[in-house]
Design a protein. Structure first.
Length: 63
């Protein structure tokens, strides 16, 4: 979805359960932002944790 603004991308992803947002700042810090599109809850998780335990995004309370 490169080349589209974030709002448009989020509108397209609205039917997805989760979205993962990776911007320059997140990459610099080694993190990604995860948003639960159903509840609106969002948090930050390390790329390492995401790759080691992808199911960890299912429990955003841990973020």
């Amino acid at each position: 979805m490169a080349g589209r603004n974030l709002k448009k991308q989020m509108d397209i992803a609205n039917n997805a359960r989760f979205t993962i947002i990776v911007g320059p700042q997140e990459l610099e810090q080694g993190n990604v932002m995860v948003k639960d599109m159903k509840s609106g809850t969002e948090g930050t998780i390390s790329l390492e944790k995401l790759t080691d335990d992808p199911k960890s995004v299912l429990n955003l309370e841990m973020l």
